[in-house]
Design a protein around this ligand. Structure first.
Ligand code: PFF
Length: 455
């Protein structure tokens, strides 16, 4: 089995592929609306702090487990600590969570794909601003189009994973991530240049700490975890493809920096435009799907060609970002099926397509024909999202840091992180990294759990 295992080809490939997993709808769709709901600049500062102090150590812990075990997220922990039921359970969680997330994540991927196609036909630019905001609502509540788009999006992602780590994932990420940065940078410059955008820029830059409370801190850390694909088995799996000479701290920090930068750029691409259009920044999950077409439609009256080109760029960025993340979710399942049942990569992709595709259809229909099925006001899609992001993801992240901090031998962790003592910089910072993994991260995760339960 070991002979068949593929590795990433270079440091850049490691960072691009891990950044491909991290950068996604969490950055473009989720980050701006969560910032909007929690008061702007002050929230961003807490988010940056949470990423450096807590998420980065958790990221390093996941990569360490993956590379040490050279196994999928399912087998990794129980192989490093055989015979213990808890770690078998953690392995099962690490397969189960990405499967569930993939199901509903690809539904939003399908929405993005649909909006991308609409922007290519110039629909937003042709429509009146008032009409354009209703496109989203009527699209997601219909029963056919969102299902078709979800299956198409998932099908393309599975197709890429089917081509393997090096010629599929690595190749796609190495091209798409730099392109994505350029696209979002272009969007940010354009958005800032809109008349009336200044209020949006100061919203993102001038902190107002009176808006910060325990709940917004919990949201900041939750967002940071989600954005870095933590607690979902994806980074453990990618860690297992990193060669033994690679600097774990360097590539984890590089990925976190890329992810944070991208989220901030997405904030600058969206918020100034939202303010320029006079839209409420706390408008929630529909923020980008409603406000952005509105903006393109308003501008389109005077500058139809420019507006069409930029709308295509914008939705193209979302589709590509969502796809590289979806790929990492599918990869977790594929590597598990290969390891445990010797199922080939291509057959594994097909199996996952059927499974996640089926579950996703239910999620997609929960905005239309199945919208009557709710629990505490949440439809099936919301339940998937809430349960994964607020319960399962935190549970697995907690198990991961406890595993590295208390179960693995400290010497083994040191050996991985310092490349057997050869990396002098990592040797110096190891005590801080280890302390954060062992104490700061678990306490912060427990604090979020409690805050989520109380508020
Ligand atoms: N980090 C991704 C994003 O920000 O959109 C979402 C994600 C990808 C979550 C991969 C989980 C995962 F395994």
């Amino acid at each position: 089995m070991a002979a068949k295992r593929e590795y990433f080809g270079s440091r850049a490939a490691v960072i691009m592929s891990m950044a491909g997993s991290a950068i996604g709808l969490g950055n473009i769709w989720r980050f701006p609306y969560i910032v909007g709901e929690h008061g702007g600049a002050a929230f961003i500062l807490i988010y940056i702090l949470a990423t450096v102090l807590v998420s980065l150590p958790v990221f390093i812990a996941e990569v360490t487990i993956g590379r040490r075990s050279r196994l999928s997220a399912y087998g990794a922990m129980s192989a490093l600590r055989p015979g213990k039921k808890t770690w078998r359970f953690a392995g099962i969680l690490a397969i189960f969570i990405p499967l569930l997330i993939c199901s509903y994540y690809s539904v939003i991927g399908g929405w993005s794909l649909d909006f991308f196609l609409r922007s290519c036909t110039g629909e937003f630019v042709r429509s009146e601003p008032d009409e354009v905001t209703s496109i989203f609502g009527s699209f997601i509540s219909s029963s056919r189009a969102p299902v078709v788009m979800h299956l198409l999006f998932l099908g393309i992602s599975c197709f890429i994973v089917g081509h393997g780590v090096k010629s599929g994932i690595e190749k796609f990420s190495k091209i798409s991530i730099p392109v994505l940065f350029l696209l979002i940078l272009g969007m940010a410059v354009y958005s800032i240049s809109l008349p009336g955008a200044g209020a949006g820029v100061s919203y993102l830059l001038k902190p107002d700490f009176s808006q910060i409370d325990a709940k917004s801190c919990a949201y900041a850390l939750g967002q940071s975890f989600y954005s870095l694909s933590l607690g979902m088995g994806a980074i453990i799996t990618y860690g297992s493809y990193i060669n033994s000479k690679e600097d774990i701290v360097g590539s984890s920090a590089g990925t976190s920096l890329a992810d944070m930068t991208f989220a901030l750029l997405a904030g600058f691409a969206i918020m100034p435009a939202v303010f320029a259009a006079g839209i409420e920044p706390g408008a929630g999950p529909g923020l980008i799907f409603q406000s952005i077409p509105y903006i393109f439609s308003s501008i389109g009256t005077e500058l139809p060609i420019l507006s069409t080109v930029i709308s295509i760029m914008f939705f193209c960025s979302i589709v590509v970002a969502a796809m590289t993340s979806c790929i990492s979710l599918v990869e977790v399942g594929v590597s598990f099926l290969f390891e445990k049942f010797n199922i080939s990569r291509k057959a594994g992709c097909l199996l996952l397509f059927l499974l996640c595709g089926g579950l996703g259809v239910i999620c997609s229909l929960s905005f239309g024909p199945l919208s009557g099925y709710t629990v505490a006001g949440k439809n099936i899609f919301d339940i998937f999202d809430w349960f994964c992001s607020n319960v399962l993801l935190l549970a697995l992240a907690l198990l991961v840091v406890i595993f590295v901090g208390f179960v693995m031998k400290k010497e083994d962790v040191r050996e991985e992180i310092t490349n057997g003592g050869l990396n002098t910089r990592n040797k110096k910072i190891f005590p801080f990294v280890y302390f954060s993994i062992k104490w700061i991260a678990p306490l912060a995760i427990v604090a979020i759990f409690i805050t989520n339960i109380i508020f």
